[in-house]
Design a binder for this molecule. Structure first.
Ligand code: PLP
Length: 319
């Protein structure tokens, strides 16, 4: 297995030039005083389709051969990867079919269809989505692009952290939401190259800490689909590529509770006037509550996405 390197992240950044937004890095003096640190929020909730996943999807699809483009792309996703693949396929002029779980947020299903992709619904608690996807890809000759365990996908995801370091310089710590590990492994490649002393932390929902268990055990641990409001991090296991890169380049894997995610959602809305989805709040929740010594430090927080139904957001915020 040939692992991607930082060179793959810079190559992805070139492919994304003029296609992905260079998202803003926002500051908040209230957040700074809460933590006694300098916080730099990389706001991928303002990325195209509302999450960093556009980066990995577009990078992967832009490397397709002519034959692959003609047959199109197939993906399985709880939402943001689906929208990312659908939008990238539309931009690049290829067909896309997306397998989505029955309980995916309606806004994400609608947006995926809105980008012109065919949506196929399955039951995430009963069916094996990876087997389903492979069967469909074979039948239709489409290329399967997984949501995280793919060199081009994770290299693309790493371009968000690259932009953060390019803009603000070195950091002491970087907090990154963790599902299957594409965002974290790509971010860690950028951190190691651009800010070698920076501690890199992945943050998972407490109910689904397979990544933390895997990091500590030194092998990939599988769990049942976790029940958490962080629907972008309901993964059952890390990937082969992402686990190898996380082991090599990440300092620790932390967790945040659903209550801490709601608190962070409210903070972003009230104080920073931003709509952030629960999964996008993982990094800030852990920076605030994991008990790491951050006083006086320069701390990066990746806000990974902002796709949440307004009704759902209101329910969570009011609870
Ligand atoms: C997919 C996703 C994640 C997790 O990313 P991985 O690459 O699977 O670790 C985090 N936040 C949001 C908003 C996502 O869509």
């Amino acid at each position: 297995m040939l692992l991607p390197t930082y060179d793959d992240v810079t190559a992805a950044a070139q492919r994304l030039q003029g296609q992905a937004h260079r998202t803003p890095v926002l500051r908040s003096s209230t957040a700074d005083s809460l933590l006694g640190a300098q916080l730099f929020f990389k706001c991928e909730n303002y990325q195209r389709m509302g999450a960093f996943k556009f980066r990995g999807a577009f990078n992967a699809l832009s490397k397709f051969s002519e034959a692959q483009r003609r047959a199109g792309v197939l993906a399985f996703s709880s939402g943001n990867h689906a929208q990312a693949i659908a939008l990238s396929a539309r931009i690049l002029g290829m067909p896309a079919a997306i397998l989505m779980p029955h309980d995916a947020p309606q806004a994400k299903v609608d947006a995926t269809r809105g980008y012109g992709a065919e949506v196929i619904i399955f039951d995430r608690y009963k069916e094996d989505r990876e087997a389903l996807a492979r069967g469909l890809a074979d039948k239709r000759g489409m290329t399967l692009i997984p949501p995280y365990d793919h060199p081009d996908v994770l290299a693309g995801q790493g371009t968000a952290a690259k932009e953060l370091f390019d803009e603000v310089g070195g950091l002491d710590a970087l907090f990154v939401p963790l599902g299957g590990g594409g965002l974290l492994s790509g971010s860690a490649l950028a951190a190691r190259a651009l800010s070698p002393g920076c501690k890199v932390y992945g943050v998972e929902p407490e109910a689904g800490n397979d990544g933390q268990q895997s990091f500590r055990a030194g092998r990939i641990i599988d769990i049942a689909t976790p029940r958490t409001i962080a629907d972008g991090a309901q993964t059952q296991h890390l990937g082969e590529y992402t686990f190898a890169l996380i082991r090599a380049n990440v300092d620790d894997v932390l967790t945040a509770t659903d209550a801490q995610l709601v608190e962070a959602m409210r903070f972003f809305a009230e104080r920073m006037k931003m709509l952030v989805e629960p999964t996008g709040c993982l990094g800030f929740a852990a920076a605030r509550h994991a008990g790491l010594p951050l006083a006086g430090k320069r701390v990066g927080v990746v806000i990974s996405g902002g796709n949440v139904d307004l009704r759902r957001f209101a329910e969570l915020a009011a609870a």
